[in-house]
Write a protein that binds this ligand. Structure first.
Ligand code: LLP
Length: 434
């Protein structure tokens, strides 16, 4: 058992933090900081867990589709492809990245509440597996594009089940007032289903919903699936169309800090399968192929970020700031959602963590913090700080604010490390400036 929130983090014989068995202070020396580290085996383990559980508990072509918005770079698509896991994309940039890595985009679904005509044309042209159509304007435009290209595109329709999972407002998406999808209660879901069935450019395969992210209970997923199965039955009755696919989106929670519960993904999948089968029998519809789109739970706990400590500012009786050479530009999640993180001084990992401090980034912005009032080993300039569970929605949400280059990503596997994404240079920053 690791004393840290991540099992793959331990203290080695030198008293340093080891990540997947490798001394993090050595990695910081070799590659520089800020540095994102990924435990490749952990990602593969998660991919297999989802794939095997879905094969075991669901029927037909049920499968996980990695939600690549959580972390998108060429190497991650190669890993998913090797593990036999599909992917979702939410932009042509993600599709392009996947394609460039040799990923088979016929095993990819394309999301987005405002896909442009160019987006749709590109996705259809490259042979995307499914387009998850968000609204009627998109459906109409897609239909026209497909006719022009002489293609019948397989689609799913984004439905809003009207679930309010208890998560941060910004990452809850299944509510009726969401910007995404077509609500059942307003009649818009039925309307777009009818429109899709009479649109010759598309082939309706089924429905999609996504209730939200960082959810620790199975209940919202079970409720959403029950509502969706009822909707499938209702559409069968009213239109004769029986959905072959039900895509339940992503959202399984991740343990970022020790107070967070463990979430048993396989158990949740089993529970969902039992309920969905019950519903299928109850409503007299066939069991659809189930798709899940895990993002965070695939990669978050496979990543840590290393920084070098710069200044340590102590304001007597008030606050201690430990400033690092990264911050909201590589991890904006505390600034955006007040997300909790745990950290350790990697070169003092065996020492007691009794120094209460806030971790500040280097942006010209007071809100640029990674954590506030967390316990750490007494820090000083030159120390290496490691922040845990940063694999999801860190690098993918990183920016060049204040013209700070994005960090490198290094993967660790079998005791060896390799660059997966190079550190940005100043030259990279001005590449598009005229
Ligand atoms: N499918 C759809 C349609 C989604 O919108 C999302 C996440 C996922 C799958 C993956 O959900 P996950 O398994 O990762 O929870 N930036 C926020 C998270 C935004 C999630 C948006 N949609 C954060 O840093 O917490």
């Amino acid at each position: 058992m690791s004393e840290f929130v991540m099992e793959n983090c331990t203290v080695n014989a030198s008293g340093h933090l080891a990540f997947a068995g490798v001394d993090t202070t050595e990695l910081a020396k070799e590659y520089g900081t800020p540095l994102m580290l990924l435990d490749e085996e952990k990602i593969r383990e998660n991919a297999r867990l989802y794939k095997n559980a879905m094969k075991k508990y669901f029927t037909g072509n049920s499968r996980p589709l990695y939600a690549s918005k959580a972390l998108s770079y060429k190497g991650i698509y190669r890993i998913m492809q090797e593990e036999g896991v599909g992917s979702d994309a939410v932009s042509c940039g993600e599709i392009y990245t996947a394609k460039s890595a040799g990923f088979d985009v016929s095993n990819m679904v394309f999301h987005g509440n405002n896909k442009t005509g160019d987006d749709l044309r590109y996705a259809v042209r490259v042979g995307i597996g499914r387009i998850v159509v968000d609204g009627e304007e998109e459906l109409e435009e897609l239909g026209k594009i497909c006719k022009e290209q002489g293609i019948r595109q397989k689609i799913q329709l984004r439905i809003t089940p009207g679930i309010d999972p208890h998560t941060h407002k910004a990452i809850s998406t299944g509510r009726v007032d969401s910007k995404f999808g077509n609500a059942i209660v307003t009649g818009q879901a039925e309307k777009i289903t009818r429109a899709a069935l009479s649109n010759e450019g598309v082939e309706l395969m089924g429905f999609h919903c996504h209730v939200g992210s960082q959810i620790f209970e199975t209940e919202p997923f079970v409720s959403a699936s029950a509502i969706m199965m009822e909707f499938i039955a209702d559409m069968k009755k009213k239109t004769g169309f029986e959905a072959a696919e039900l895509n339940l989106g992503g959202g399984f929670g991740v343990r970022y800090v020790k107070q967070h519960p463990y979430f048993d993904y396989e158990k949740a999948i089993e529970e969902l399968s039992v309920k969905i089968k019950e519903q299928a029998i109850r409503y007299g519809v066939k069991m659809p192929d189930i798709m899940l789109e895990p993002g965070r739970s695939m990669v978050a706990a496979a990543g840590i970020t290393l920084y070098t400590v710069g200044s340590v500012k102590e304001i007597p009786e008030m606050k201690n700031y430990v400033s690092i050479d990264g911050g909201m530009t590589d991890n904006p999640r505390y600034a955006l959602y007040q997300s909790q993180y745990e950290a350790v001084i990697a070169n003092k990992a065996a020492e007691k963590a009794d120094y209460i401090c806030s971790i500040a980034g280097r942006c010209c912005e007071s809100g640029d913090l990674i954590a506030e009032n967390i316990p750490l080993q007494k820090a000083k300039k030159g120390d290496i700080l490691a922040v845990f569970v940063t694999g999801a929605y860190n690098y993918s949400m990183a920016s060049n604010y204040n013209r700070l280059p994005r960090p490198a990503i290094v993967t660790v596997k079998d005791g060896k490390s390799a660059v997966a994404v190079k550190r940005e240079s100043y030259e990279d920053l001005i590449r598009n400036d005229v």
